[in-house]
Design a protein around this ligand. Structure first.
Ligand SMILES: Nc1nc2c(ncn2[C@@H]2O[C@H](COP(=O)(O)OP(=O)(O)OP(=O)(O)O)[C@@H](O)[C@H]2O)c(=O)[nH]1
Ligand SMILES: [Mg+2]
Length: 229
């Protein structure tokens, strides 16, 4: 079959990356540290955000944008801890920057000091989209198997942090923390790891302290592990 190439006259990928970089710069200027969570469905993103927003909320303003294919359940869960807006995609498997920009004003007149974006549970498509976040975090739960980093490398290659979640279940599941870390480091050697049980409030202090430090580095213009081009 004959094929035809259509020239649209512009590089759409480059335009999207430029828009994401522009959003990141605006958030930096506003003092908003943007943290995006990726994971497979049910890894514990919303539970981690409940505990994170509760703790950070003692000293900072927090806002949460949460994506799902259907329902407002996650925003309803998060609402007691921080202003939260649900973005329902109606089928799309990842969030995109225009959805974030449209939803952000619904969190309040001023952007929060910490803005969390929970992407749709999926380790494949979200990894290909820059939403203008400073920090990209994978939540990998102990019920998923410690072989996942090598099987879903792009998500790990494009992130700076891995939160190993549901550590309270380690006695009951065949998951080796060191094996998961080694597999992830083969994909990206600079990854930082946090071991957390959100259900049992373990590891949340260290995780929140790290977020405080990274935001402070952003505000001072110093380099952190985050993306700040
Ligand atoms: N044992 C244990 N269960 C947890 C922990 N964190 C979350 N869960 C449970 O795991 C299930 C999924 O948690 P969520 O926080 O909804 O996961 P999610 O990643 O937000 O899920 P989606 O948004 O649907 O992708 C719930 O039943 C939680 O109670 C944990 O630290 N330990
Ligand atoms: Mg969720």
């Amino acid at each position: 079959m004959a094929s035809t190439t259509i020239h649209v006259g512009k590089d759409l990928r480059a335009e999207r990356l430029a828009a994401a970089a522009n959003f990141r710069r605006r958030m930096t200027d506003a003092g908003t540290f943007v943290v995006r969570l990726l994971s497979s469905p049910g890894a514990g993103k919303t539970t981690l955000l409940e505990k994170t927003a509760e703790l950070l909320g003692h000293s900072n303003s927090v806002g949460i944008l949460v994506g799902d294919v259907e329902t407002e359940r996650d925003a309803a869960r998060l609402a007691p801890y921080a202003p939260s807006v649900q973005i329902t995609t109606g089928g799309a498997c990842h969030l995109e920057l225009p959805l974030i920009e449209r939803a952000l004003p619904d969190l309040g007149a001023r952007p929060p000091e910490f803005l969390f974006v929970e992407d749709i549970g999926n380790l494949i498509c979200p990894a290909s989209h820059d939403l203008g976040e400073h920090l990209r975090v994978i939540v990998l739960s102990t019920t998923e198997g410690d072989d996942k980093p090598g099987k879903y490398p792009k998500a790990f290659r494009t992130s700076q942090v891995v939160v190993l979640s549901k550590t309270d279940l380690l006695p009951h599941v065949p998951f080796c923390l060191n094996r998961a870390k080694e597999d992830a480091r083969l994909v990206q050697s600079a990854l930082q790891f946090f071991e957390v049980s959100a259900l049992h409030d373990r590891g949340i202090d260290d995780w929140c302290e790290f977020l405080h430090q990274q935001r402070a580095l952003m505000l001072s213009g110093a380099r952190g592990v985050f993306c700040n081009e």
